[in-house]
Design a binder for this molecule. Sequence first.
Ligand SMILES: Nc1ncnc2c1ncn2[C@@H]1O[C@H](COP(=O)(O)OP(=O)(O)OP(=O)(O)O)[C@@H](O)[C@H]1O
Length: 290
Amino acid sequence: MAAKIEMKNVTLKFGKFEALKDISLALEVGKIHGLIGRNGAGKTSLLSLLAAFREPTTGQIEIDGEPVFENPEKMQQISFIYEKDYADEYEKIPALLEFPERYRPNYDKDYANHLLKRFKLPLDKPAHKLSKGMQSALNVVIGLASRTPVTIFDEAYLGMDAPARQIFYEEILADQAEYPRTFILSTHLVSEMDYLFDKVVIIDQGNLLLNEEYETLSAQGASITGAADQVDDFVAGMKVLNEQRLGGTKSVMVYGTLTEQNQLAAREQGLEIGPVPLQDLFIHLTEEAH
Ligand SMILES: Nc1ncnc2c1ncn2[C@@H]1O[C@H](COP(=O)(O)OP(=O)(O)OP(=O)(O)O)[C@@H](O)[C@H]1O
C-alpha cells in the first residue's frame, strides 16, 4: 500500500525569494520519516509540494514514477494533514468524515470510530465549536483512517495535550505495523517524537541538509559519562555538543563516531558510552550550517 515519492531538483520561489533550493529527495517506501528544520526552513513549503498543493518553480515530484501535480489519480494517494481553520465549519464530525469515506479508497470507517473514541471526540458539536486540540485530533483521525499510501502530518499535534499526543503516536506505530505506508511527520517536538522515526530528513534555509537512517544518524554522536577529570581527558580535542555535571560525575556529548580503540579505552577507564539524542544532533547540525 505504501508508495515511492520522490523530488527531483526541486526549487520553489515566492517572487525573488527561494524557499527551496534544488532539492532531490527520495522517501523510502513504507518508512516513517521525521522532517525537522528550524522555523522558516521550508518544511511546510516542501510538504505542500509533495502533496501537490502547489507546483514547484522548477523540478519534478513523482509518485511511483508519475508526476503528482494535477494528477487526480496520484493525488488521491496522498493525505496532507495540517492545522486547518475550522472557524467557518458548521458541520459535525460524522458529516465531515463523509468526504474521506467517499474519496479515499482505503478509508476504514471502523478504524475511524475507534480513533474517535480514543480521542473522546464529541459527535454532536459543530466543528467550529471544538477546542483547538479536538480539531487537531479530528485531523489526525482523517489522516490515519484514510490509510493513503503517502501520509503527511505537518505539525498535526498543535493544541493536543500530552495524553492525546501519546494516543496519536501509539496509533501511528500500531497502524503502520498492520498497514505500512510512507509517512512524513514534520515536527518541532524532536525529543518527544524521535522514537517514531525510521529516517530523518533535515532541511535548513531551503537546503536539504541530510536524509539519513535514524540509526546511522544516532551513531554520529556519543555521550561519555564518568568521573569528571577522566571524561575531560577523554574528550580533549573532540567536538563537544553539550555537557552536564552532577557532583564529581560528568556527562559530555560529542559529535563524531568513536573508533573501536576509543571505545575500548573508555571502557577500560570505567567510562560509560551512550547515544546522543537526535535533538542535540539537530541543534548542532543546524548551527554548524550557518
Ligand atoms: N506564500 C508565501 N509567500 C512568501 N514567502 C513564503 C510563503 N510561504 C512561505 N514563505 C517563506 O518561505 C520560507 C519557508 O517557510 P515554511 O512555512 O515552509 O517554513 P517551515 O519550515 O514550515 O517553518 P515553521 O517551522 O516556522 O512552520 C519562510 O522564509 C517563509 O517566510
